[in-house]
Design a protein around this ligand. Sequence first.
Ligand code: AOF
Ligand code: ZN
Length: 366
Amino acid sequence: MEMLNDEYYMRLALQLAEKAIGQTGINPVVGCVIVKEGRIVGLGAHLQRGSHHAEVHALLMAGKEAEGATAYVTLEPCSHFGRTPPCADRLIAEKVGRVVVACTDPNPQVAGTGVERLRSHGIRVDVGVLEREARALNEMFNKFIVSGLPFVTLKSATTLDGKIAAKTGDSKWISGESSRARVHMLRHRHQAIMVGVDTVIADDPLLTARLELEAIQPVRLVVDSKLRIPLESRLVKDTSAKTIVLTTNQASIEQMLRLNALGVEVIKCSDGPQVDLRKAMAILTEREIGSILLEGGGKLNGAMLSAGLVDKVVLFLAPKIVGGAGAPGAFVLDGFERMADAIALERIDIERVGDDCCITGYPSPG
Ligand code: AOF
Ligand code: ZN
């Protein structure tokens, strides 16, 4: 009975959290449901970094009803003073009777201490209800908060023969409408979108999130070692999202100033001939970008994979064959000598999306 209750309410808390993916910046998404004698008395979600945590929203709704109630939280209540005071203390002050937690908080500032704090005040705490689902919801936060590097999702759409365009460069469209709608949701859920300058020159993409719902516009990042980005490209002209160009010392100052005047920020990420991708990631971390959707082209995909900077791959495979030895592929790499050395993905999920096949996986470390 208790088990059934716990999963029921935790699922609701997870649903509340899930809807906020994309709007909490480098913070996790968290949901909270407070239940007393079979009635829901409070609901809450963390909606924006700097504003109330999920527990506080739910406790405010519950008011005096919180006393003796059970609080279901998708992430361990925090125990530290961040932008807001500790939730564990608030739950204690409101005299909540029991706390059910889906997963502990990997943030080193919390990491189990929230649960300990509650228990030391005599509150019963059960951890691990729908833990797998809760961890998956915050996979981006989980990586960022521990490693200090953004979580990178590489997304590509290819033909069955691995091409991202025909030999003429034509690429509209490879995947079907449903797959393309998925991509806009992916954009909405990441803080930034990253492409190489060759993609800007070839496709002149807008790189905004376009959904039936109003979408959040991620920052647009262009890796461009020589500042070849055309001043008339849509990424420069369109101001509905911020554009940042990551470059090197080879960039001409004049071109940099021209871009700045058009509202584009330019950041030097290397003294050498090419953008130091690892350094670029560290600089983006300082700017509180914790998640990036990498949208090609092949050279940047290959470089990011080789540098070990890709955390997740989402590949839409369209049931068509375009051929052409010169047609570009999704992953430009020097190539391994043995199949055993290939970059392998693990934790694979395969889903049909319209007539396309969506393969999701995580590059295995090492
Ligand atoms: C919770 N409930 O709803 C969230 C938590 O800067 P702050 O104050 O917003 O704190 C951010 C940290 O707090 C974040 O890194 C994570 O460890 C935790 N987030 N904790 O109890 C919430 N959003
Ligand atoms: Zn908190």
